[in-house]
Design a protein around this ligand. Structure first.
Ligand code: AMP
Length: 468
């Protein structure tokens, strides 16, 4: 039986962290992090989680869901915080499972920030790195463990970890865990946990499989939905350019060169396309720093850090690799290819418009991809604006300058693009105005790309064995 607490994204009264019953040490950390007001998911989830029952929360990416589960968890563990040197004084009391390493790292970074004025210890463990480097840290004892499922099981097998004192379990991005085939691992892990515990499950989308998971693992959960499930964030302006597959590259180069955006996340369907695209960008003077699926975890983290710090301006990513990325004020996401699974569209565009900032999500849709667009619009229950743009095909070339602009429009096809006969000026104000005009929070100044200057690009690719 599920009790539903459906909330409007606009709360009735101005919520405040002070009224949520959090300890001064946590409130101080929130002030340090620059948080002044709880987000809607935090305002709802924190009191419910503090009350002790199970929770199933539907929250889009970027809504502040990490703090929504971390703060009550820290509050509940505070009475057990201690400075004792013995590992026995620091058993794992809260376990947070995430589908990807990147998300695990981000979640643990947030927990460290929120717990910085307490004696509670946290650690993240994930696959792809030598397990021996994690074991000594585990052995010193940590109250809060963030893990990907496969690596957690490795530690359990090696007896470097005990889970018999876990009081709180968090399943973050549960929908993605199911998509990635973690169900058998989850079942094994859950069987090792004490029966009496609190479960908090977070998911961006509420599929039937997720509801089944909730039925199986949660006890009388309260259901919180911050926004309509499968809804896309209202802060994100979505638009579609109908464009022949063969013109996508030219359109992308044109957008990147005309845009003032400092950070653009580009999604492709396959790692092959991501690699090829970053090489193509390099050929037109945009330096491509590709990370292949067989490169190490360290290299992926390096690419992500470079993008987060602004050293790399463009990140080319596949869905799996990009899952859970949290980049402050990412202004633009481009779907170079739209996903065939409509839920992935929701996740992708959720990378922008986070924590109240505005963002733009542009999708390139070829005639062959129209069927996927139909499914996406069905899922998000709205039509996405279709726009036309003149493509300057010469911008994607280094040697040939013979092409002329062609229009990308619903009628446009590959044959028309090959003929290159139509030349018309863009009527799209997006290309005539600086990008900042649409941002709520003005980002740090965005430098135009001087001609000949290399624009750093990183490609973050999926296809890795994620946690083993
Ligand atoms: P999340 O949905 O947990 O990935 O959070 C998205 C972003 O929002 C992160 O950069 C958080 O640091 C930020 N954030 C979370 N809660 C708040 C808040 N109450 N006020 C301002 N920023 C927040």
């Amino acid at each position: 039986m599920t009790e539903t607490v459906t909330i409007d994204s606009k709360p009735l009264t101005q919520p405040s962290f002070d009224n949520l019953g959090l300890a001064p040490a946590l409130l101080k950390a929130l002030t340090d992090s620059g948080y002044t007001t709880p987000t809607p998911i935090q305002a709802q989830a924190i009191p419910l989680a503090l009350a002790g029952g199970d929770l199933m929360a539907g929250a889009q990416t970027g809504t502040g869901k990490t703090a929504a589960f971390s703060l009550p968890l820290l509050q509940k563990l505070l009475p057990l915080a201690n400075h004792g040197a013995s590992p026995a004084k620091h058993p794992v009391r809260a376990l947070i499972l995430t589908p990807t390493r990147e998300l695990a790292i981000q979640v643990e970074e947030s927990i460290k920030a929120y717990a910085k004025h307490t004696a509670l210890r946290s650690l993240v463990v994930f696959g792809g790195v030598d397990i021996k480097t994690q074991t000594p840290h585990l052995k010193t004892g940590v109250e809060i463990l963030v893990a990907t499922p496969g690596r957690l099981l490795d530690h359990i097998e090696q007896k470097t970890l005990q889970l018999n004192q876990v009081q709180i379990l968090v399943l973050d991005e549960a929908d993605r865990m199911l998509d990635m085939g973690f169900m058998p691992d989850l079942k094994r892990i859950l069987a090792l946990l004490p029966k009496h515990r609190q479960n908090l499950m977070f998911s961006a989308t509420f599929s039937n499989e997720i509801k089944k998971l909730a039925d199986d693992f949660l006890t009388k959960p309260q259901l919180i939905e911050v926004a309509r499930s499968n809804a896309t964030n209202d802060n994100v302006t979505q638009k579609v350019y109908s464009v022949a597959q063969s013109d996508k590259e030219a359109l992308l180069v044109q957008l990147l060169k005309n845009s003032d955006s400092q950070q653009v996340l580009i999604f492709t369907k396959t790692k092959l396309t991501a690699s090829r695209l970053s090489r193509s960008l390099a050929r037109v003077g945009i330096a491509a720093d590709a990370i292949h699926g067989d490169k190490s975890q360290q290299e992926r983290i390096k690419a992500l850090d470079a993008f987060k710090s602004g050293a790399a301006t463009v990140l080319v990513a596949t869905d799996v690799a990009a899952r859970g990325l949290d980049i402050d004020q990412l202004p633009m996401v481009i779907n170079y290819e739209i996903p065939s699974a409509p839920e992935d569209y929701v996740h992708r565009i959720g990378r922008t418009g986070r924590a109240g900032a505005l963002g733009v999500a542009i999708s390139f849709v070829s005639p062959e991809e129209d069927k996927y667009l139909v499914e996406i619009e069905k899922l998000i229950k709205r039509q996405i604006n279709k726009e036309s743009i003149v493509i300057d095909r010469s911008s994607a070339r280094t040697r040939s300058h013979t092409s002329r602009p062609t229009p990308a429009s619903p009628q446009h096809d590959a044959t028309a693009s090959r003929r290159n006969v139509v030349k018309k000026k863009s009527s799209d104000p997006w290309f005539d105005q600086p990008y900042e005009a649409v941002l709520a929070k003005k980002p740090s100044p965005i430098k135009p790309i001087p001609s000949g200057k290399k624009l750093p690009v990183a490609a973050l690719l999926g296809g890795l064995a994620y946690s083993k």
